[in-house]
Design a protein around this ligand. Structure first.
Ligand SMILES: Cc1cc2nc3c(=O)[nH]c(=O)nc-3n(C[C@H](O)[C@H](O)[C@H](O)COP(=O)(O)OP(=O)(O)OC[C@H]3O[C@@H](n4cnc5c(N)ncnc54)[C@H](O)[C@@H]3O)c2cc1C
Length: 387
């Protein structure tokens, strides 16, 4: 399929495609149905250095940009996998890299780059406050050389397959700060020192076989040196990382989108009903063609977001718009692909229903479509704040 995005990364794509080819559809289907973590696939990506793509060379990574990192994510999804099992490593590391102390970077980044440690988890969302992040209720209170954490998080992904977790907690009560975004702090939690020692998890069974959990903190002690950056500035640090996260997720949706188009075109060409391939009917062609056009447009915005991020230009608008366009485009492509497959779209062996469920997530997480529209309305169009 010829696509219109500028593409000068053929070698990178070829290397990923050959790694992905070692993990055929049956592998991902088995993990999807059994809801187990694709450990061997993630190990292979780690050993090949792909999950350390954005770690600077001085810490043992490849020092690549967001453009390349986004291609890694895209290719995983484009080749039938689900980058949701490992994308956290790409963007969580950024919080440490940009705001961590020299000692923290020295301690963790080389081990993350080599695969010795995984930084796959970030704990922000809470059950009673949802998207209204600055109202979160988990507290971290400094006592001597420790912070003591109490509270609860929900939907925290990959905790069972990570060694480290980024935690956002309130260190100054909301009633004592001038702006609600102040008084929140970010910590790096060493999970082996936390699980069963003040931190408990309860896995959430869910529609996409995604390893995600409720997390409970009861007097969890974290060494004070695990505070990232300055106390009280954590919300800004988390926001900083979101542009990368949104752009990477956009790339995953683009990968899904092309996968759906490939499958839809293949099936529409081969399936003969009424003595002709179903794809000869314009009623079948047009929705697939339109879905392809939408993916192409979203892809251009994704590369623009990457370009700006890599050039250290402001990319908030483009990252948000890329996420919205790509999530909508992949969802539309998923729906059309399922429709083209008729009844067979519902059979697990075609993988369409699995990818359909997986790509649906991105209308909601890591940020819902409404919240992106709200960002565009307020920050780009200058409309009055609604919350
Ligand atoms: C599989 C999965 C994995 C996840 N992994 C993580 C993770 O690793 N770490 C983490 O911290 N979080 C994670 N999340 C949480 C995810 O980021 C949130 O679910 C998402 O941000 C939406 O928050 P919420 O579920 O609390 O919805 P709410 O905030 O309760 O919103 C519910 C709905 O109402 C809409 N809405 C709310 N307020 C407004 C408004 N003012 N205007 C218009 N519409 C509004 C929203 O758009 C949404 O559709 C994950 C979620 C899922 C499902």
């Amino acid at each position: 399929m010829k696509t219109s995005a500028p593409d000068t990364h053929n070698e990178l794509r070829e290397a990923l495609r050959s790694l992905c080819a070692e993990f055929p559809a049956e592998y991902h289907r088995k993990h999807g149905a059994a809801e187990t973590y694709p450990e061997e696939f993630i190990d292979a990506l780690t050993s090949a250095g792909w999950l350390a793509a954005m770690i600077p060379e001085e810490f043992g990574g490849s020092g690549l940009g967001l453009t390349e990192a986004s291609i890694v994510m895209e290719e995983i999804n484009r080749n039938g996998g689900n980058a949701g099992h490992c994308h956290g490593q790409m963007y969580n590391m950024g919080t440490l890299l940009r705001h961590g102390s020299a000692a923290q970077k020295e301690l963790y980044l080389p081990k993350i780059a080599s695969g010795e440690l995984r930084l796959q988890s970030m704990a922000v969302t809470e059950p009673t406050t949802g998207t209204d992040t600055t109202k979160l209720k988990t507290t971290a209170v400094k006592k001597g050389d420790r912070y003591v954490v109490n509270g609860q998080k929900v939907w925290i992904s990959r905790v069972q397959h990570s060694d480290l977790m980024i935690l956002l907690a309130r260190t100054t009560p909301l009633s004592e700060v001038k702006r609600k975004s102040e008084g929140l702090s970010v910590f790096i939690v060493e999970l082996k020192d936390a699980l069963g020692k003040g931190m408990e998890i309860k896995p959430i069974d869910n529609m996409v076989g995604h390893e995600t959990n409720e997390v409970f903190f009861d007097e969890l002690e974290i060494p004070a040196e695990n505070l990232i950056g300055e106390e009280g500035k954590g919300f800004r640090y988390i926001l900083d990382g979101l542009n990368a996260e949104r752009t990477l997720i956009a790339a995953e949706c683009i990968g899904d989108g092309y996968w759906f188009i490939d499958r839809a075109v293949g099936y529409a060409t081969d399936r003969v009903v009424f003595n002709r391939p179903i794809g000869q009917n314009q009623g079948v062609q047009f929705p697939v063609a339109r879905a392809f056009v939408d993916i192409e447009a979203a892809n251009l915005m994704r590369f623009e977001a990457c370009r700006r991020y890599d050039a250290n230009e402001d990319c908030g608008a483009q990252a948000n718009m890329a996420k919205l366009l790509a999530a909508d485009a992949s969802w539309k492509a998923a729906n059309e692909c399922l429709q083209v497959h008729g009844g067979f779209g519902f059979a697990q062996e075609y993988d369409v229903e699995r990818k359909f469920r997986e790509t649906r997530l991105y209308q909601v997480a890591p940020i819902s479509t409404n919240l992106i529209l709200s960002y565009v309305a307020e920050h780009i169009l200058g409309l009055p704040r609604s919350f």
